[in-house]
Design a protein around this ligand. Structure first.
Ligand code: GDP
Ligand code: MG
Length: 162
């Protein structure tokens, strides 16, 4: 089977937009595990001649009480089955408490993680991106999933790691 790249992060950071950009809106491959289909969706993808499976996560409810747990659980399932992980944060907001909880989980998993600072639509927004080095996940990759900029650099690195 091709290697698996999981896309995780808080709701609304642009995970699905990024996945659509990478797959150019190919059909989703329906998961065969009942109960997880709505939360994790796999797509066939290809980058520079390497085929891989990309898994979009999301669909959890924004329950204020349980959001930390829900985000972490969902991300964890996807990460457990992945060969590499793209962790998406909102590059215009910076790291939140929920993002930091995801980082703690990722540390335990010891898988290759690539940090994407999404929504960096202009050069002026690069200022926030630099602060993301503090998450301890290595270099943040500035991306605009909407404009399609920056995705090549992170895919080069992720495909190499898988
Ligand atoms: P998800 O919940 O993480 O899957 O996020 P979505 O992909 O559904 O995107 C959430 C919102 O962010 C949508 O309104 C997107 O259009 C917007 N968005 C996604 N990527 C970008 C980006 O690169 N720049 C900007 N400005 N907005 C974006
Ligand atoms: Mg989504």
């Amino acid at each position: 089977a091709p290697p698996v790249l999981a896309i995780i992060g808080r709701p609304n950071v642009g995970k699905s937009t990024l996945v659509n950009r990478i797959t150019r809106s190919r059909e989703a491959v329906v998961e065969d595990v009942p109960g997880v289909t709505r939360d994790r969706v796999s797509y066939d993808a290809e980058w520079n001649g390497t085929d891989f499976t990309i898994v979009d996560t999301g669909g959890w409810e924004k329950d204020a009480r349980g959001i930390h747990r829900r985000v972490a659980d969902q991300a964890e399932l996807a990460v457990d089955e992945a060969d590499a992980v793209v962790f998406v944060v909102d590059g215009t907001v910076g790291a939140t408490a929920v993002d930091e909880a995801v980082v703690r989980m990722l540390r335990r998993k010891k898988k290759p993680v690539f940090l994407v600072a999404n929504k960096v639509d202009s050069e002026a927004q690069m200022i926030e991106v630099h602060a993301l080095w503090n998450l301890g996940l290595g270099r943040p990759y500035p991306v605009s999933a909407v404009h399609g900029t920056g995705t090549g650099d992170v895919l080069d690195a992720a495909v190499e790691a898988m």
